[in-house]
Design a protein around this ligand. Structure first.
Ligand SMILES: *[C@@H]1O[C@H](CO)[C@@H](O)[C@H](O)[C@H]1NC(C)=O
Length: 436
């Protein structure tokens, strides 16, 4: 009996423990703690990198228990994140790919940017800033979502509070030309922080191969949009204030919009940013020249040209196929491909020339000539009908048949002319008699 009650108690404890463990829905995140090491004399700044574990919980009080349980030899941080914004889905069991994560020390400071400066101009830097601050950035295992956050811990403590988080659910966006584009960016501010309620600013910046430009900058404190050059780029201003929805809306996708976009959210003294990639993908339109294809005579060649236009990005594979009377398709190679051209709208054009030669390519009586373009936006095809006139060189059987036909014809002609001549001379005799 005593044995039974012990087992019963133990299992009850186990169940309670399991339930507790499950309430922590957020998987532990493996992270790199990266900081700059100042070398001797302060001249060389190298970085050091240490493995760190992040325990993220939406419940503030759970950490006290966890921090006592956690192994002491690892670097460990406990994040309390009441809104649950840092929680990314864990990979399915067996998948080794871990979320990419980096944590760095962060130094709160006012910003000089015109659209951010109003946030700090009236207040002295508060005592609240005197703590340990970190910036953390991590991505889910599918590389779809990204989160960047600013956390604060009382000096030398391992228990952090998330003060600001910026997230994007669209790490990489593809769009067709001319379509509206939405680049997702959202933020959350700890409402219990003294920095909340003193305004925010949102900035979208574009970056492509070293070329950068400001797309949009919004000062949420004074509700002012900075002058920018980018046409057709906007925010949902109501959504920014009410839901922290800082998503960028591009009304019409253009080729020059391809690149990296950085969404930065500023609070007084703090900032966090996420990067989103946009790629404009437009498949080519194809046309074959000359159209229609002229008849081709055996022994002659015909040059056909296929023009691909209006595509982006640049990479394109052009080739030719031929389908004869037997219905089977075969490759005619890629032809001679020209260099690419760029149109006014940034899209690309390229063409290929193919020499059709009845002697070399076994084109029979003709068939269908197809130009194939393989592109990131999809494969496109264009076809034209090819007609070969006349027949091919006669075979031996054909020659013998022709000789036979010729003989028969000869005989026939002989016979007809003989009957004609004989009947003609008969008629002539009668005519002669009448005349007489
Ligand atoms: C943010 O705003 C855009 C534009 O109004 C909307 O399409 C999008 O669904 C919003 N995102 C969220 C998470 O509410």
């Amino acid at each position: 009996m005593t044995n039974f009650s012990t087992i019963y108690k133990l299992s009850l404890v186990a169940v309670i423990y399991l339930v507790q463990a499950c309430s922590c829905s957020c998987p532990v995140v493996e992270c790199w703690f990266v900081q700059e090491k100042v070398g001797r004399g302060g001249l060389t700044a190298a970085t050091s990198q240490e493995k760190t574990l992040l325990y993220i919980s939406t419940d503030e009080h759970r950490h006290t228990a966890e921090s006592q349980r956690a192994p002491s030899d690892d670097r460990v941080y406990f994040f309390s994140d009441p809104a649950g914004t840092l929680c990314l889905p864990s990979p399915p069991k067996g998948l080794i790919k871990k979320p990419q994560c980096e944590i760095n020390p962060f130094l709160p400071q006012p910003s000089d940017l015109r659209w951010v400066a109003p946030l700090t101009e009236s207040t002295l830097s508060p005592i609240y800033l005197q703590a340990d601050w970190f910036t953390t950035s991590h991505q889910d295992f599918k590389q779809e979502q990204t989160i960047s956050s600013i956390t604060r811990a009382p000096t030398a403590s391992k228990e952090h509070n998330v003060i600001l988080s910026v997230t994007s659910k669209t790490l990489s966006v593809k769009s067709r030309l001319g379509e509206p584009v939405l680049l997702d960016c959202g933020f959350w501010v700890d409402p219990s922080s003294p920095l909340s309620g003193s305004g925010f600013a949102v900035e979208w910046r574009y970056q492509f191969r070293g070329d950068g430009r400001l797309v949009l900058a919004y000062d949420g404190k004074t509700d002012r949009l900075a002058d920018t050059q980018e046409e057709g780029a906007t925010l949902d201003f109501e959504g920014v204030h009410e839901k922290g929805n800082a998503s960028l809306i591009l009304q019409e996708a253009k080729v020059r919009h391809s690149g990296m976009y950085i969404c930065t959210v500023f609070l007084p003294y703090l900032m966090a940013q996420v990067t989103v990639e946009l790629e404009i993908v437009e498949p080519p339109s194809l046309s074959i020249y000359p159209s229609p294809l002229p008849l081709i005579v055996p022994g002659h060649t015909l040059v056909v040209q296929c023009e691909a236009s209006g595509f982006a990005p640049l990479s394109l594979e052009l080739s030719w196929e031929f389908k004869g009377a037997d219905g089977k398709s075969r490759s005619l190679g890629s032809g001679s491909i020209t260099g690419h051209r760029q149109a006014w709208d940034g899209t690309f054009g390229q063409s290929t020339r193919l020499e059709l030669d009845t002697a070399k390519q076994d084109l029979g009586r003709g068939g269908e000539v197809t130009c194939v373009a393989v592109h990131l936006g999809g494969t496109r095809r264009a076809s034209a009908t090819l007609n070969v006139i006349g027949f091919s060189a006669p075979s031996i059987e054909d020659s013998m048949a022709m000789v036979g036909v010729a003989l028969v014809l000869y005989g026939l002609i002989k016979f007809v002319s003989w009957t004609f001549i004989s009947s003609g001379s008969d008629g002539g005799d009668k005519q002669d008699k009448k005349d007489k």
